[in-house]
Design a protein around this ligand. Structure first.
Ligand SMILES: Cc1cc2nc3c(=O)[nH]c(=O)nc-3n(C[C@H](O)[C@H](O)[C@H](O)COP(=O)(O)OP(=O)(O)OC[C@H]3O[C@@H](n4cnc5c(N)ncnc54)[C@H](O)[C@@H]3O)c2cc1C
Ligand code: SF4
Length: 240
């Protein structure tokens, strides 16, 4: 292979060869084949059965979670955000707020400069939201505030406290994460890659579990959403 020879001859760095082999020849091609094999059924999959329309912030950018606001700012100003913001911030927030993944897919398709359906749809409905029930990815990609705190500088600028677990000042990703784990026991129980989260949840006291459920329900109830016809007002659906 060309990359191998260039690396052996000292003309290419290891991280460049790795990028070409794993990401472009490997991952990108895998995505293409998934799309060829799974369409058109893949477009309507919704494994968790979420029905909430997209949070309004995805369109107007107004949200007081700094990590989500930062990622949306990138998209609104550059029609782009990097991979981890797509996966672990925006899609995570969509999952944790029980947003219909097909709505998220339509938004990604409209909002990103690099969105072609064959690559955008498998990433959103396969990888990021687990809407296909695990055909593409081996686990749901969800995270609480601790992950975001380790990976970014957003928490220092946020209205919420990443160290608090429940209540008005607590980082919403914290209680939304645990509520997601509690509500999807079957998926977590059966999957060795994520079952540790369920074991950790089960060790919480009843009072902690109730506080998590109450904070999560309140947050979701107060989250402004677009109306369900938003796609018709703002752009064309990717449906042919
Ligand atoms: C929710 C979500 C939506 C996405 N939507 C799109 C999209 O509409 N169009 C698009 O091209 N990519 C999409 N991606 C994949 C990935 O985020 C972008 O290809 C990546 O941000 C490009 O950044 P980079 O050049 O820094 O890539 P690097 O991370 O440096 O990777 C190098 C190259 O590998 C390929 N690649 C890496 N990861 C993926 C992946 N998951 N899927 C396909 N190719 C990959 C790309 O060609 C990329 O340019 C999406 C990912 C997620 C999680
Ligand atoms: S405190 Fe929570 S919501 Fe705020 S930036 Fe950190 S992870 Fe995001």
């Amino acid at each position: 292979m060309k990359g191998d020879r260039a690396y052996a001859a000292g003309r290419a760095r290891l991280n460049s060869v790795e990028g070409l082999v794993r990401q472009v020849l490997g991952w990108r091609e895998f995505i293409r084949i998934y799309y060829e094999a799974q369409m058109p059924e893949a477009r309507e999959r919704n494994h968790f059965g979420f029905t909430q329309p997209l949070p309004a912030a995805f369109w107007d950018g107004e949200i007081d979670l700094a990590c989500v606001g930062d990622a949306l700012h990138h998209v609104r100003t550059r029609a782009y955000s990097h991979h981890i913001q797509r996966l672990m911030i925006l899609s995570n927030f969509s999952n944790l707020t029980q947003t219909d993944p097909r709505d998220l897919h339509r938004w990604f398709y409209l909002a990103y400069a690099d969105a072609y359906e064959w690559v955008e749809l498998p990433n959103v409905l396969g990888m990021a939201t687990y809407a296909d029930g695990g055909i593409l990815a081996s686990k749901p990609y969800i995270a609480g505030g601790n992950y975001v705190h380790k990976m970014s500088d957003a928490c220092a600028r946020c209205a919420y406290d990443v160290k608090q677990k429940t209540g008005d000042r607590a980082c919403p990703l914290n209680y939304l994460y645990w509520d997601f784990v509690a509500q999807h026991r079957a998926d977590f129980l059966e999957n060795g890659r994520v079952s540790l989260a369920l074991i950790t949840y089960d060790k919480k006291t009843e009072a902690e579990k109730q506080a998590i459920a109450a904070s999560a329900a309140q947050f979701r109830q107060n989250l402004p959403r677009l109306d369900s016809g938003w796609i018709n007002d703002r752009g064309q659906s990717p449906d042919p």
